[in-house]
Design a protein around this ligand. Structure first.
Ligand SMILES: [Zn+2]
Length: 476
């Protein structure tokens, strides 16, 4: 970075000397494009990048042609200035930083796309509006051999979507431009994001990622509500029994609470409903996430950034020097994070996190695999929750006029939980590293209700269907 600023500096010096020598009038704001450079079209900027300078003839005046010369850091000024006096009698030189030129190209092509590319524009706004309206969590745009298709994840399941206009490469370019990605790069994965406000005024932050497939690129847009968290545990559909257990565990602000379940099972949303419950002026709440999915005022949210050296573990270590009360770690997936999180929980902090495992007992196994000793699990762990989201049955008998489900028979999803509170007996068993099967037996005798058993109760109440329950947690 140093050498380039030095280069720019010496280039400015060079220009200054030449201006003295040749009597050139030079644009005062070096390294910035003039404000009214309407003539400076994308084609010219491109030219400047490839042949390293360009000039625009502004007007033919009485005393000869007047021209504006645009040069970048790459321009060979000496050779350019050798010829200038012969070509034009009056000229101004504008020195443009390379990244400024790039920004201008992007801005120009952006505007052009917006004005000219109606097809891609129509498709994209249709897609985003539809996704917002149908509460889709993700949009998948994929290249198949000879064709492209769009699917949306609604209530956890991917569904094909047909668009008003034919989908082609321009839709990909448009999304990449919005996300500030390199539109020419198709062979390497890219990440980006852009905001979107639906016609109903719903705000979203769209996380965009691309991967190069053998038939072309695939783009996934994740729709994250950019509004602050609105939901409480009650609004999310947690049962009163589970709410009581969670609230009891967060009352004393120490120990570790872990949510487990596969991706898309609503773990982060649940953790945020807990944060919302905890949020108060009296508490210092910090989060480290990858990425930050919800905005919550009054707490400090940090995003994992590998380039800047911010990992779950490094952020966690910094948090401990920030006088924290509550720490949310997006996910525990490595030994270092697991061990620091356990230590934080042992030393008087409430730690909330997620873990990949199928049920609460597997979570204990997973923690051990991650290198947390039985004794440390015993002294840090307070509550394990395993969660799935299941489509909620609508009691309209699939009437096509139903406002909730329009005849589909399901509307929205309801969380199904199993919770394992670490009782004094289980705590002792954990520290003695007793077999998980024995811990499981004891927990049932202490009143543990498995996800399957809880789901079966919901089936009996007609809240969910037996088929849906079987598909997320099979019997036995
Ligand atoms: Zn209905």
């Amino acid at each position: 970075m140093n050498s380039s600023s030095k280069e720019t500096h010496s280039k400015s010096d060079e220009i200054w000397h030449l201006s003295q020598q040749l009597g050139i009038s030079i644009w005062k704001n070096l390294l910035s494009l003039p404000e009214s450079d309407d003539n400076h079209t994308p084609a010219l900027i491109n030219l400047e990048r490839s042949i390293q300078f360009t000039f625009v003839v502004q007007s033919a005046e009485r005393d000869g042609l007047k021209a504006q010369i645009f040069v970048s850091e790459k321009t060979n000024l000496i050779s350019l200035c050798k010829y200038l006096p012969f070509l034009f009698k009056r000229y101004q030189i504008f020195l443009c930083a390379d990244n400024l030129i790039q920004q201008r190209i992007l801005a120009f092509s952006h505007d052009e796309m917006l004005q000219e590319d109606n097809q891609a524009k129509k498709n994209l706004s249709y897609l985003l509006e539809k996704a917002a309206q149908d509460n889709a969590s993700d949009i998948h745009i994929e290249s198949l051999s000879g064709t492209k298709q769009v699917r949306m994840r609604i209530d956890g399941k991917l569904k094909k979507v047909s668009l008003p206009e034919q989908i082609d490469e321009r839709l990909f370019i448009k999304i990449k431009l919005h996300s500030r990605m390199d539109i020419a790069q198709k062979r390497a994965p890219q990440d980006g994001h852009f905001p979107f406000i639906s016609s109903y005024g719903k705000h979203f932050d769209l996380r965009v990622s691309t991967v190069p497939g053998i038939n072309g690129e695939k783009i996934v847009l994740r729709l994250l509500p950019a509004t602050s968290v609105q939901f409480s545990m009650e609004e999310m559909g947690f049962s009163s029994r589970h709410i009581a257990i969670i609230k009891k565990c967060i009352r004393v602000k120490t120990g570790m609470i872990l949510f487990t379940g596969p991706t898309g099972s609503g773990k982060t949303t649940s953790l945020y409903s807990i944060l919302k419950e905890l949020q108060s002026e009296a508490l210092n709440i910090l989060t480290i996430e990858d990425p930050v999915e919800y905005r919550l005022n009054g707490i400090t949210q940090v995003e994992v950034n590998n380039l800047a050296g911010i990992s779950f573990a490094s952020a966690l270590r910094s948090f401990l020097r920030q006088d924290p009360d509550v720490i949310l770690v997006g996910e525990i997936r490595d030994t270092e994070t697991a061990q620091i999180a356990a230590r934080a929980a042992q030393t008087g902090h409430l730690v909330l996190s997620t873990l990949h495992s199928n049920n609460v007992f597997e979570a204990i196994h997973r923690l051990k695999n991650l290198g947390v000793k039985g004794d440390d699990i015993a002294t840090s762990l307070k509550l394990l929750v395993s969660q799935r989201l299941v489509p909620r049955s609508c009691n309209c008998n699939m009437s096509p006029d139903c406002q909730l489900c329009s005849g589909k028979g399901v509307s929205g999803r309801i969380p199904i939980l199993e919770t394992l509170q670490i009782s004094p007996v289980i705590k002792k068993m954990l520290s003695y590293e007793e077999a998980l099967s024995d811990i499981e037996k004891i927990s049932f005798s202490e009143g543990f209700v498995s996800m399957r058993d809880f789901g079966t109760k919901l089936v009996a109440e007609n809240t969910i269907s037996a088929i849906e329950l079987d598909s997320i947690c099979p019997a036995g």
